[in-house]
Design a protein around this ligand. Structure first.
Ligand SMILES: [Mg+2]
Length: 307
């Protein structure tokens, strides 16, 4: 048994996929975005669905507790509405400018040599906006969002056969949402580390075989393998994920790319200038060409590291 374990650790990596929730996971709850989202949901229930204002807070809490999202709960108890309209009212009006580029997280995600996938209950447009604001739009191989699991804009109300009505919406923490996500993204849960801020999502995730990380907490409980106050601490908590990574130094990826672009332009300009010198056959200028190129190569190597 010990020999088998040893052999496995040498020949295989423990994880081949990192699966991430978005809201309150890629950015902290302290951003205030979630509070604004809750306000919008309550306003939608009052203004669009005609729910009495004084009943909304308790109803919201109950539906969220029973169904994972208020939206899934509203459909379960019989409210019918267009999903796109709901998302544009609830998410489309969020103060996205509160989210800023996160260079630290971008650098971590860009350097970890493991495929990364998004799994969010949010709609496509919301997830894309959040990733763009955080500067993380190029960090993930694929995304499982609301529309991925719920392709039609409305869905049939299922027949209710037990005391708790079923929802036609497929979303976390329903077990089937994870099973479908695995199929769509080609995920092996036994080799995947899942990051989420919702304990209920993590508990289902654990039951279907994922390794789980509770983000935004320092506590551990049932269904949680690891806890992490912030994704900024990923490398300290899971240094093994970076084994085999190419060292890009401390320069954030975007800044590095910008520097390399400037150096490349400089290179082109100087090559053109050198061509002009040759055409003019100005021996005096040619006299300075050689040391000029030596300086450029020194600059290029210094800026871009291993080239
Ligand atoms: Mg979340």
């Amino acid at each position: 048994m010990e020999q088998d374990d040893c052999y496995q650790s040498v020949t295989e990596t423990k994880y081949d996929c990192l699966l991430f929730d978005v809201d309150d996971t890629l950015y902290p709850m302290s951003s205030g975005i979630s509070t604004e989202c809750t306000k919008n949901i309550r306003e939608y229930m009052i203004s669009k669905l005609g729910v009495e204002e004084e009943k909304v807070p308790e109803m919201c809490a109950e539906l969220y507790k029973d169904y994972g999202t208020t939206m899934a709960g509203l459909r379960a108890v019989g409210y019918d509405f267009d999903y796109d309209e709901y998302h544009s009212f609830v998410h489309g009006r969020l103060p996205y400018d509160w989210l800023k580029n996160d260079h630290t997280l971008m650098n971590l995600l860009q350097t970890v040599p493991i495929r990364k996938v998004i799994f969010s209950n949010g709609n496509d447009a919301h997830v894309a906006e959040v990733l763009s604001r955080l500067g993380l739009e190029d960090c993930f191989e694929s995304m499982i969002c609301f529309e991925t699991l719920n392709p039609s804009k409305t869905s049939e109300q299922p027949e209710n056969s037990d005391e708790l009505p079923k929802t036609p919406i497929l979303c976390k923490p329903l077990e089937n949402s994870f099973i479908q996500a695995f199929k769509i993204a080609g995920i092996n849960p036994q080799k995947t580390l899942f990051f989420d801020d919702s304990i209920r999502n993590l508990q289902t995730a654990k039951s279907v075989g994922l390794h789980t990380v509770w983000v935004g907490s320092s506590h551990k409980t049932d269904g949680v393998d690891y806890s992490l106050e912030s994704l900024h601490n990923m490398k300290e908590a899971f240094p093994e994920l970076w084994e085999g990574a190419v060292d890009k130094g401390d320069v954030p990826y975007a800044e590095k790319a910008a520097i390399e672009a400037v150096v490349a332009l400089s290179c082109q300009l100087r090559l053109k200038l050198s061509g002009l010198y040759q055409n003019e056959k100005d021996k005096r200028l040619k006299h300075y060409k050689k040391p000029y190129f030596m300086v450029w190569f020194t600059d290029f190597a210094g800026f871009s590291g291993s080239t």
